[in-house]
Design a protein around this ligand. Structure first.
Ligand SMILES: [Zn+2]
Length: 403
């Protein structure tokens, strides 16, 4: 599977492509307003480092299109001009987020402020694209009916699933990736669903969700470790999502933490996800191939005996991974979350202390629990079309501004 999210190494990031720069700046303005809830144009110019004229043009466009709301002017503005506070108009646009994992497909429709306006869920069993597609269509129709929203303001769909994407010799094998998705990309899904679709890895979408709606909104540098069937990570560096050269940054599941350790389908031994993942947990519990192997089943289980055994085997490799990531990236925090039920996640994070000394050892909370709840990945997925620089539907909304 190919990731279609625009990557930072694209050669088009330059002042010569005016349309690109414009949409990039527009995204920066929207994201900054969203993170700060309410800002004046002067605040925006300061925070985005854009010129007042550019901010003025972009906010005028976004106000016309109904994506921003202007509040009552504040008194005492500089040079006698009252400053107008701008905020996101929740009903300015909508977006669908779909999270596909081995056993569950969750779909939400979120508004521009990131509120879930309708939600639906299906049980699945490692579906291939042909099986998943009719389900996605069903869920889309259900969201449209249940939300009653103006669907002409739908920007598109963000679709997320476990990575890695398109790594030769690594992707098509192994029980932690999903079968049959190798050749699928956003264009294929867009054609079949009739709306713009962006693909992303679940760990990356979780990091986006946590940054926009969760506890990471004040963190500029963090890594989100996503414990799913396998293990992945999403990175925010200097306040920006980092996806790497081919969109596979954060594939920490295949980082070797135990040389000569447990064999992994990737061909190496001692990979992190052979110790820290739902699959590793299921194996320890002896339910790896049974129907009992679901996060829902885990949440009803006391963490005794075999659960303790798994925690013991996961703690050493995970501590080492935290040390490596902190040393390499100088991040403020490692956020740990994913599909593991909260009591299991808590037990795991508690056991990680004391952490090995690292460059961050004087700082406060080096480890944090993911906070944005069960739908954080689907919400992160829904954010993808909203922040896509080339969203065609977005351009349509801007041109047909409600004025
Ligand atoms: Zn591996």
């Amino acid at each position: 599977m190919k990731s279609t999210v625009i990557r930072p190494d694209a050669l088009t990031v330059s002042g010569t492509n005016l349309e690109h720069a414009r949409s990039h700046n527009r995204r920066a303005v929207l994201e900054t307003v969203r993170l700060n809830r309410q800002l004046t144009r002067a605040d925006l110019a300061r925070l985005t480092a854009l010129t007042p004229q550019t901010v003025s043009n972009i906010t005028a466009e976004l106000l016309d299109a109904g994506m921003l709301l202007a509040g009552a002017p504040l008194r005492g503005g500089a040079r006698g001009q009252p400053a107008v506070p701008l905020s996101i108009n929740p009903d300015g646009a909508y977006s669908i987020g779909v999270q596909l994992d081995h056993q569950t497909m969750i779909a939400v429709v979120s508004d521009l402020a990131g509120r879930v306006r309708a939600r639906t869920e299906r049980a699945v069993h490692r579906p291939d694209p042909q099986t998943a597609l009719p389900l996605i269509v069903q869920m889309h129709d259900e969201l449209r009916r249940a939300s009653g929203l103006d669907w002409t303001r739908l920007l598109g769909m963000g679709f997320v699933m476990p990575g890695p994407f398109g790594v030769e010799g690594m992707t098509s094998v192994g029980p932690t990736t999903l079968p049959g998705w190798e050749a699928v990309d956003g264009a294929w899904l867009s054609r079949r669903l009739g709306l713009p679709v962006l693909l992303q890895k679940d760990a990356t979408a979780a990091a986006i969700g946590e940054r926009l709606y969760g506890m990471a909104s004040e963190l500029r540098n963090f890594i989100y470790l996503f414990i799913g069937t396998g293990l992945g990570a999403g990175l925010f560096l200097d306040g920006r999502l980092y996806t790497g050269g081919r969109g596979n940054a954060g594939e920490v599941g295949h980082m070797i933490v135990q040389p000569g350790g447990r064999p992994c389908e990737c061909g190496n031994r001692g990979c992190l996800e052979r110790y820290v993942s739902l699959r590793a947990l299921y194996e320890t519990l002896g339910v790896a191939d049974g129907e009992l192997a679901t996060p829902a089943h885990l949440s009803g289980l006391p963490i005794a005996q075999n659960g303790e055994r798994w925690l013991d085997s996961a703690v050493g490799p995970l501590r080492q991974a935290v040390n490596i990531l902190e040393s390499l990236l100088d991040i403020e925090a490692v956020v740990i979350g994913g599909l593991l039920p909260p009591d299991w996640l808590n037990a795991l994070v508690e056991r990680l202390h004391p952490l090995p000394v690292s460059i961050r050892h004087h700082d406060g909370e080096r480890l944090r629990l993911g906070s944005a709840g069960r739908d954080v990945v689907a919400l992160g997925a829904a954010a993808l079309p909203i922040f896509d620089e080339f969203n065609p539907q977005y351009e349509v909304l801007l041109k047909n501004g409600r004025g």
